[in-house]
Design a binder for this molecule. Structure first.
Ligand code: FES
Ligand SMILES: [Fe+2]
Length: 402
């Protein structure tokens, strides 16, 4: 930071009008007031579906999750997943500690207040008898649920609106095609916005991940010139220039190229940090992505490679914790899926969703902003915040909510 009040020149020279400090001299952004909705969304954006756990983890025995700061009890009954506010109105005990005494209900473990799964109504009070006067007078909040990609998704409303169809929020190619997937769900420390910003962050991958085993045989660029291209509800990072090495004035040359790494391609392709491959998956090719990294609300990252797509869903738990959901998808069918799944279990899960992504988790945990002083590659961050701001304004207008 420069000193705001530099001493006046003492050489008797004529006084010049005060110059506004150059952008790079300014102290940087002290807060996120330019993005008020984003700033206020520490515990997540409401009005969206979020993946909370694997479908197979939700059974007749309740499971507790926290989403957007709200405690939720999940339970499966006759194949259907139900989500109830995880707090008994009697004395505040978590309903997720209870169990099912009657079909289609969940009973609190303390005094047996029993709630209907469908609408949360208090339908029986076991310890107050069949004619309990409080029965039917109150209930707990319920949340819409859905199952996609082998996971349970919960909708957190903004007001009292009906949820939008979940498929309209998923990456389009996952709704229209058959695919094989492998994934990892991991609770992580740090605000969900840092995780999401890290996912789309232009500058970090080539530097932070240069030491990852996933990139052991592949060099990463040194620096890029990047442009953000909006397309529908997505923003794409498009690389206009890719530089694999550079001379830095006064300090020297820097590259992540090494003798044991594959030489970087002459020309980079729009999918992955690679040259044009021999074969591109037809589903991926047909999408015509302008760049390999794209992001949409409420924090869905898509990294497209020539033959698979990696997605990250950043799920807000509360202001200090999030859940990382990483999914790798291959659009094959039949016996070919076995090969991909073997590759996922044998390598991708450990190298990419494990060690590589662990470097991100480390940075997300220690990021501390604002204040912040953004630099040229951070156009990826500001474009995302602006997208979040615009989409939220649209949503509020649609719902007529204040
Ligand atoms: S606290 Fe739930 S029934 Fe008493
Ligand atoms: Fe990363």
């Amino acid at each position: 930071m420069t000193e705001p009040d530099a001493p006046a020149r003492e050489d008797g020279g004529a006084r010049r009008p005060e110059r506004r400090p150059r952008r790079s001299d300014r102290p940087g952004r002290q807060d996120w007031s330019s993005w008020p909705e984003y700033d206020a969304a520490a515990a997540g954006f409401r009005g969206y579906w979020y993946p909370v756990t694997w479908s197979s983890h939700v059974t007749g025995k309740p499971t507790a999750v926290t989403l957007c700061g709200e405690k939720i009890a999940l339970v499966r009954d006759s194949g259907q997943v139900y989500a109830l506010h995880d707090r008994c109105p009697h004395r505040g005990v978590p309903l997720s500690l209870g169990d099912q005494q009657f079909p289609g209900t969940l009973s609190c473990p303390y005094h047996g207040w029993t709630f209907r799964l469908g609408d949360g109504q208090l339908c029986a009070v076991i310890t107050d008898g069949p004619d309990s006067r409080i029965r039917g007078k109150l209930g707990v909040r319920t949340y819409p649920t859905a199952e996609r990609l082998g996971m349970v998704w919960v909708y957190v409303p903004l007001g009292d609106e009906e949820p939008h169809p979940i498929d309209s929020q998923l990456p389009e190619e996952l709704v229209e095609n058959a695919f094989m997937m492998g994934g990892r769900i991991e609770p992580r420390a740090g605000n969900w916005r840092f995780a999401c910003e890290n996912g789309f962050d232009e500058g970090h991958a080539k530097y932070l991940h240069r030491t990852s085993l996933w990139r052991l045989f592949k060099a990463m660029p040194t620096w890029n010139i990047t442009r953000i291209v909006p397309e529908g509800r997505w923003i794409f990072r498009v690389q206009d220039e890719v530089h694999w090495e550079a001379d830095f004035p006064g300090v020297g040359r820097w590259t992540s190229k090494r003798w044991w790494k594959i030489q970087p391609p002459k020309e980079t392709f729009n999918l992955g940090n690679t040259g044009k491959p021999k074969k591109v998956d037809p589903v991926i090719e047909s999408r015509g992505f302008p760049g390999f990294a794209s992001l949409s609300m409420p924090g869905v990252l898509r990294i497209a490679y020539p033959n698979f797509i990696h997605y990250e869903f950043y799920v807000p738990v509360d202001a200090d914790n999030h859940q990382y959901v990483g999914v790798m998808v291959n659009f094959t069918e039949g016996w070919k899926t076995l090969g991909f799944y073997a590759k996922y279990l044998g390598a991708i899960r450990w190298l990419f969703h494990g060690q590589f992504s662990g470097q991100d988790a480390w940075m997300v945990d220690v990021t501390d902003a604002p204040p912040e002083k953004l630099y040229r590659p951070d156009v990826s961050l500001t474009a995302w915040r602006t997208l979040a701001e615009e989409e939220t304004a649209k949503k509020r207008a649609e719902l007529g909510a204040k």
